[in-house]
Write a protein that binds this ligand. Sequence first.
Ligand SMILES: *Cc1c(COP(=O)(O)O)cnc(C)c1O
Length: 220
Amino acid sequence: MDQPATPLEDIRARIAQAARIAGRAPGSVELVAISKTHAAEAIAPLIAQGQRVFGENRVQEAEAKWPALRAENPDVRLHLVGQLQSNKAEDALALFDCIHSVDRPSLVAALGKAMDRTGRRVPCFVQVNIGAEEQKGGCAISEVPALLASAREAQIPVEGLMCVPPLGIEAAPFFALLAKIAADNGVPQLSMGMSEDFETAVMLGATHVRVGSALFGARN
Ligand SMILES: *Cc1c(COP(=O)(O)O)cnc(C)c1O
C-alpha cells in the first residue's frame, strides 16, 4: 500500500486536476502556503516536503518567524498577503519577495519610495475589494485603472490582481469578475482562491492560490 497522501500532496494533486480540466498546465499555478499564526515547527515539515513559497499576513509576525527558517532554506520565497501600513513599506520590502495587498494611493506612494531607496522592486498585486464590502481591504473596482497607472508611474512592478471574495456565498462569480478586470486592464496574474475554493479559482484562471488551513489545519 502507498503511504496516505500528505495535505501538501493532496492540495497539489487537486490544483493539477483543476488545471487539467481547464486546459491549463498544472505548473502555471503557484501554491502559496499561508503560514500565518503557525510556528516554525509547523512550517518546517512543509519545507522538508518541498514547498518553497509561503505567505504571511503580518510584517511583524513574519519578521519574528522567517529569518531563522530562511537561513536554513535560502530558496524559500515569502509573500505578503495581508494589509500593509505605509510606514511598514520598507520593512515589508526587506523581507517579502512579493506583495499581494497594494490597495490605495498612499501605499503606492510609500512602496514606490521604498523601492527607489532600496533598489529592490518585488512583484506586486493590486488587491481589489471585489464584493464592495465595507470593512474589507482592497480598492474599489472603479479605482483599479487609476491605481495601476500610479503604480506603473512609481515603477512598482504590478503583475496581477488579488481578491478575497465575500464569505459564505459562492466565490466563482467574484473570481470571474476579477479575471475580467485583470484582462480589461492588461495585467496577467490572478491571486485568488483559498482553502475552501482554490479549485474553482484555478478553473477560472488563478495563477496564485493562497491556501492556509487545508495545509496546516485550523488556526486558533
Ligand atoms: C488567511 C488567508 C488566506 C488563507 O486562508 P485559508 O482559508 O486558511 O486557506 C488566504 N488569503 C489571505 C489574504 C489570508 O489572510
